[in-house]
Design a protein. Structure first.
Length: 144
């Protein structure tokens, strides 16, 4: 990656990594995982992912971590160390997963998943009401 100019050597120390090599790594759909997950990775369009991030903030779990780019895999140790993180997804990840160019990731520590899930309905309902309000306001502003 450094040889082709994708990453500079001085960037490497800033890339989050696990403190020790895990004994096992298991990737599975959330509903099919045989163990409680350490990290849950959500993929989607920003307009939907924002609901998850807002639910995390409402649950008191939001972080102020910058938007992560390459490599996507750094989102997993970053989430474990810092909480909920957002990643744009690198080219390697996009090739292997077919993640759309209009999608991104949110990595959520597994231990926080229930707290966030408890807030999603409230956030979705609030966003629906705010959308209605702003659409009406926009229409009113456009006619004045």
């Amino acid at each position: 990656m450094t040889g082709i100019g994708y990453i500079k050597m001085e960037e490497i120390p800033q890339i989050p990594r696990l403190p020790q090599t895990p004994g096992v790594v298991l990737y599975a759909p959330l509903g099919d995982t045989p163990v409680d997950p350490d990290v849950v990775l959500f993929a989607g369009r920003p307009g939907r992912i924002v609901l998850l991030q807002e639910a995390a903030l409402r649950a008191g779990l939001g972080t102020q971590v910058p938007l992560l780019g390459r490599p996507t895999c750094m989102a997993l140790p970053a989430a474990l160390a810092q909480g909920v993180v957002v990643s744009t997804g690198c080219i390697g990840n996009r090739v292997y997963t077919d993640l759309g160019e209009d999608e991104l990731y949110v990595a959520v520590p597994g231990k926080d998943l229930v707290r966030i899930a408890d807030e999603v309905e409230t956030i979705a309902a609030a966003n629906a009401k705010l959308s209605e309000y702003h659409r009406g306001r926009r229409q009113g502003l456009a006619t004045e």
